[in-house]
Design a protein around this ligand. Structure first.
Ligand code: GLN
Length: 473
């Protein structure tokens, strides 16, 4: 029904709809498309209650700037009084006792939160096949994955079950599913959006960001969720810009990483479409140049060494004592730890805890963790070197379109390599966005990814908006 927030606002202004009728519409779509398994839980009652409140505020002229925006949140984002499970058995019945800062900020501007979306367990995965509550289907071809780990959030938007959603991106979990579902997905600069109340996976990588059908809605949501928070000391004090007030991009200098386009695994149709877009950009007076980045092969290994190390430490808190699930077979303290973790975590999460514990272990720390830290620094320096000369780096979001269920799930290395183009932004903390770039011959979408300087969200979103409106269509 609605494809943008501006349409919602018009319908509300012209009294063709109320927040309540809009929520009811989405509840109906969610019900009709239940088989996609995008939601772990629908917040029917609290969403309808908030809708009524916002309708009253609209009448009295006191409504916030996201009044009427119906949003889904990934099931790793705390919302007071609601469950949060990260699609894991270990947190299946856990209820949030406070709301994350992003949720507080959305509610304060009168967004309506409609439910929590399915994802890979503990946000670990690229296909949503790792959820303890079943896989999520891609509505554009139900035999293919929606991407991961925020697959449910992407599908909720792509299938019209809400207007926008939040995901988290540690290594591509917003941008990759956005690419696979034809939606817009942004990973903000590390330190732009609060992580308070987000279930941690790898703390020096995780960022929350929006999914929507267009760049403008993403910019609006960013204006609301970005900015300082006394509960997250990693946040920058830089001012939050008026992201949705787009600059007109004048004569941009754009770099594309040659090695990405030469990489063996890149789908030919994606490559040719992106190269065509570059030609169009050049015709409009921008410069687009190939640059070298000889570290492509280091990205995925250093990402998986560092994130598993952080995950093994972050997930230490799920011990059967403090949170969630406790094994019924436990007999003493030690067996409570062992059995609760063995029974509560899924296979991929266990694999990563093992790997992370190994790379942090005394004899291997320097060889793996220490080395990967150094590589991370090198990647940041080299990426910043490019960004000192260019406004943006542009590349494919993913090497392929959505793949079939089961295609990569037997081989973790193959699955990890799916992240080759997205992890650079997380290793360096830089902002990156994926917007739809085209469709292949089977009508499956794929994204183009734009990466900018730290805290350049306004310029990045302006460029994305320009691409969306004038280049990719
Ligand atoms: N696919 C990546 C991983 O499995 C990214 C996950 C994420 O961004 N949360 O770690």
């Amino acid at each position: 029904m609605y494809t943008s927030f501006s349409e919602v606002k018009i319908a509300l202004q012209q009294k063709q709809a109320t927040c309540e009728s809009i929520v009811k519409h989405y509840l109906q779509v969610i019900e009709q498309k239940k088989h996609l398994n995008a939601f772990n839980e629908v917040f029917t009652e609290s969403a309808l209650q908030k809708a009524t409140e916002v309708d009253d505020k609209i009448k009295s002229g006191t409504a916030g700037k996201l009044a009427g925006m119906v949003i889904a949140i990934k099931d790793n984002i705390c919302y007071k009084g609601h469950k949060v499970s990260v699609s894991s058995k270990i947190l299946e019945n856990f209820q949030s006792i406070y709301s994350s800062t992003v949720v507080e900020k959305l509610l304060a501007e009168d967004a309506i939160i409609i439910g929590r979306t399915n994802c890979d367990e503990f946000a670990m995965g690229s296909s949503n096949e790792n959820s303890a509550f079943g896989k999520v289907l891609n509505p554009l071809d139900e035999t293919t994955v929606p991407g991961g780990s925020s697959g449910g959030s992407a599908v909720a938007v792509a299938a019209g079950m809400c207007l926008a959603s939040l995901g988290t991106d540690t290594g591509g979990s917003i941008r990759q599913p956005a690419s696979f579902t034809g939606t817009v997905g942004l990973k903000p600069t590390y330190g732009r959006v609060s992580r308070h109340g987000i279930v941690a996976y790898a703390s020096s990588f995780d960022q929350v960001g929006p999914f929507s059908s267009n760049v403008e809605d993403t910019a609006l949501i960013m204006e609301v969720i970005a900015g300082q928070d006394e509960y997250d000391a990693t946040l920058s004090s830089q001012k939050v810009d008026d992201y949705s007030n787009f600059n007109k991009p004048e004569k941009l200098k754009i770099a594309y990483i040659k090695d990405c386009f030469d990489s063996e695994g890149l789908d030919a149709e994606i490559k040719s479409t992106l190269l065509n877009h570059f030609e169009k950009l050049k015709q409009q007076g921008h410069s687009v140049e190939a640059v070298d980045f000889p570290y492509l092969d280091f990205l995925v290994p250093s990402y998986y060494v560092l994130t598993t190390a952080e995950a093994s430490s972050n997930l230490g808190r799920y011990d059967g004592m403090r949170y969630g699930f406790r094994s019924a077979n436990a007999t003493d303290l030690e067996s409570t730890y062992k059995k609760s973790r063995s029974e509560g975590f899924g296979k991929e999460v266990k694999r990563r805890i093992m790997l992370g514990t190994f790379v942090l272990s005394e004899g291997y720390y320097d060889a793996y963790y220490g080395k990967a830290q150094k590589v991370r620094r090198l990647l940041l320096d080299k990426t910043n070197e490019i960004l000192a000369k260019y406004d943006f780096i542009v590349m494919p979001t993913t090497p392929s379109v959505a793949f079939k269920f089961g295609q990569n799930s037997k081989d973790p290395i193959k699955m990890y390599l799916e992240d080759i183009f997205t992890v650079q932004a997380n290793l360096t903390g830089l902002p990156a966005i994926s917007i739809p770039a085209g469709k292949n011959k089977n009508n499956l979408p794929f994204g183009i990814q734009l990466m900018g300087k730290a805290f350049s969200e306004k310029a990045l979103l302006s460029f994305a908006n320009y691409l969306e409106k004038e280049i990719v269509n």
